[in-house]
Design a protein around this ligand. Structure first.
Ligand code: NOJ
Length: 700
């Protein structure tokens, strides 16, 4: 298809049509599609998707195929762990595979565009959308973004890097609220995953709802047109978020719909989602000379080129598919769930052993098939979902399993069921207590000011702890929670996030010996007052003591002086980024460098000896962090630069080696250049962001 010739044949109205994405109500857009007045539909699947595509490619004048978009965020029929859980896997390859499976399933239902991955670096667990992203570290977010983009696009559905940009910094963790991000932080932290996405060939980008320093992103020409399209070289299409074009009126940035359409098009929005300001106003504005025709042509070209790159002109209904192997999808969902569960505490309670003859399974999330799937699930095959209760019952043929929910649902304050739960615990050898958040407590517009256990769950935990039975608390949640009181009262705590279709089986596997492979992609706060708390912060002129808490427990005022901490709370998170236990123990020693001096365009090798000192074979995520000790601008106290997942037998030692490129240490310098600076650096290789041996080197 020659795109220029096609554009040459189009009427102005057909061109404007290509810039519109609408959500049909049933088949009410049939005529509009036949008239060539729609470029994309959102939220149509199955027969409706095929119907609309046929109207476009068989009955419209120019037979231009439709982009059919859907929020396929962590699976389609088979649901994988929420993206934050996937991030805990520290396994981008597994995430790529999951995305490819989701794409195959979605494409078989007619979908050719997913609004994923969400690349918003997120450091505020109150924000409900932390569930949809990959956490607080820009490097990790970038790796997973690339993995998902490659996975989706390898199966012929377009990925969408969203939300451009800064949505993760929504003030107060309140969805849609404004963000203020200093320029260097914008460059080093929030833009980095988008640079990686462009490099990975992402076909589409979505603008953020956010008012970023006074300009709604959907109307921000400096960000979209100049930075994303020209300087970063993004050649695909930019879609607005839902109604975000006309919301510029509510922001107080556009006077009316016509003005909103003008701002959006001028900024570089190529397709308007949901609202109709392009359709209703662009024609007149062109006639009146307010909008140049070249703006429309440039946007149409991008839309058509994406359709062409997806192969839609040749195969509008998608490639011929053999049936999706459900077993394969479920196998991958199970193994990704193993890797995403983070073991936070284990006082020799796990794995559960042979001695268990009777098990009490308690809690509102033990048998909550829909809630364990998490947010943004529309197309799940619910027959595929296996809960913790069903997983345990299936595995423990001759062990008696007593199930009591204890509370009607996770937010309930109705404690009438607690005595019954206590009775079940008293009769059992051990208790598996499934607590946390239901699916509705995270995702878009689902932010929380209190991020502890909802409802009467803590009281349920206290009551069960009172029985003195060993307790394994399994937490399902869409965000980091404040967990101090949970940790204190449980023998073991497994953070499973919302683990998806196979969550219950994967958790059962872990309870009985399969290794929990997850490491935290976000720091877990001690209290909401610490938020935002993230590992890669700056040092300040008065850093608190990094070795211990600033205040001894029970001391009312900080005796240690005027440092960057609280007088009533430790400055450190409860669990740091990168943290996670396994069923064995590892030690790190003998850190070495191939050289302690490298040129600004060179590289060095760093290695450490890791030993499995426990008595089980185990997996470890070996993490490499660097700090630039003196820069032209201050630098974070640590930054993750690389990691490797290894497996060691009991007693086995391995020297784990990394290559560090000087270019990986570049940042936005005092003159706003991306630069590698000479000077001294500290490098750690360890099990998380707060420990591990370190060594110094210089860049010359
Ligand atoms: C609004 C959300 O912000 C965005 O992420 C999503 O893709 C669109 N709605 C479409 O559902």
């Amino acid at each position: 298809m020659n795109i220029s010739e096609l554009i040459g044949e189009m009427t102005l109205r057909e061109k404007i049509g290509q810039l519109c994405q609408v959500q049909p109500n049933g088949r009410d857009q049939e005529h509009r599609v036949r008239d060539g007045m729609v470029g994309s539909l959102i939220n149509v699947t199955g027969d409706d998707a095929y119907f609309y595509q046929s109207q476009a490619v068989e009955h419209s004048r120019l037979k231009i195929p439709l982009l059919l978009g859907r929020d396929v965020i962590h699976g389609f029929n088979t649901i994988f762990p929420i993206p934050l859980g996937q991030a805990a896997s520290f396994d981008p390859r597994a995430v790529r595979t999951a995305a490819a499976i989701a794409a195959r399933e979605a494409n078989s239902a007619g979908v050719n565009w997913t609004f994923s991955p969400m690349l918003d670096v997120s450091r505020d667990p109150r924000w409900g959308r932390v569930a949809e992203g990959f956490g607080e570290d820009p490097y990790l977010v970038s790796l997973y973004g690339r993995a998902m983009i490659e996975g989706y696009q390898s199966e012929k559905i377009a990925a969408c890097a969203k939300h451009f940009v800064g949505y993760g910094a929504s003030e107060g963790g309140r969805d849609y609220s404004e963000a203020s991000i200093p320029p260097r932080q914008l460059h080093d932290v929030y833009l980095r995953p988008f640079r990686e996405a462009v490099d990975a060939g992402v076909l589409t980008v979505m603008s953020a709802f956010t008012d970023l320093d006074g300009v709604p992103c959907t109307g921000n020409a400096a960000l979209i047109r100049d930075l994303l399209k020209i300087r970063m070289g993004f050649g695909g299409l930019v879609v607005s978020d839902w109604n975000s074009v006309t919301e510029m009126i509510t922001h107080g940035f556009a006077g009316d719909e016509a003005n909103a359409a003008f701002h959006a098009l001028a900024a570089g929005i190529d397709m308007e989602m949901a609202s109709n300001s392009f359709l209703d106003h662009l024609e007149n504005m062109i006639a009146g000379g307010e909008v140049p025709l070249e703006w429309i042509d440039a946007a149409v070209r991008r839309v058509l080129e994406v359709k062409q790159r997806l192969g839609l002109f040749d195969e509008p209904y998608g490639p011929e598919r053999t049936g999706i192997a459900a077993n394969d999808a479920l196998f991958n969902a199970r193994s990704l769930a193993h890797k995403s569960c983070v073991l936070l505490k284990n006082e020799a309670t796990l794995p559960l052993g042979e001695g268990i003859r009777r098990l009490a399974v308690i809690g509102p999330l033990a048998d909550a098939a829909a809630d364990q799937l998490g947010c943004w699930v529309f197309d799940a095959d619910h027959n595929r979902t296996r809960t913790v209760l069903s997983g345990l019952r299936e595995r423990l043929g001759d062990v008696r399993v007593d199930y009591v929910a204890g509370l009607p649902h996770s937010r309930s304050n109705d404690e009438a069921g607690i005595p019954h739960a206590i009775e079940a615990a008293c009769r059992a050898d051990a208790v598996v207590l499934c607590l946390g958040e239901d699916a509705d407590l995270s995702g878009e517009a689902h932010c929380r000011a209190h991020i502890g256990l909802p409802g009467a769950q803590q009281r349920l935990l206290e009551a069960i702890a009172g029985t003195g039975k060993p307790i394994v608390t399994v937490l399902m949640a869409g965000r980091p929670l404040v967990l101090g009181p949970v940790i204190e009262r449980s023998g073991a705590v497994l953070l499973a996030w919302h683990p998806g279709s196979m969550g219950g089986v994967a958790i059962t596997d872990i309870l009985f010996g399969e290794e929990p492979g997850g490491r935290l992609p976000m720091s877990l706060p001690r209290s909401v007052g610490q938020v935002p708390v993230y590992y890669n912060h700056k040092n300040t002129g008065r850093p608190p003591d990094q070795k211990g808490p600033a205040i001894p427990a029970g001391t009312p005022l900080d005796p240690s002086g005027f440092v960057a901490t609280y007088i009533d709370e430790d400055h450190r998170p409860l669990f740091p980024f990168g943290y996670g236990l396994s069923y064995t123990d590892f030690t790190y020693s003998d850190i070495l460098l191939s050289t302690d001096r490298m040129p600004a365009d060179g590289q060095l090798k760093a290695s450490v000896l890791v030993t499995n000192t426990g008595n089980k074979t185990g997996n470890e995520v070996v993490q490499l962090y660097v700090r630039d000790l003196v820069g032209s601008v201050t630098r974070p106290v640590r930054e993750l630069k690389d990691f490797q997942r290894i497996s060691l037998a009991p007693g086995e030692s391995r020297r784990v080696e990394f290559e560090v490129e000087a270019s990986d240490l570049a940042f936005c310098d005092i003159r706003f250049r991306q630069a590698v600076e000479p000077g001294e650096y500290r490098l750690w290789i360890g099990p998380n962001s707060a420990s591990g041996p370190d060594i110094l080197f210089r860049i010359e």
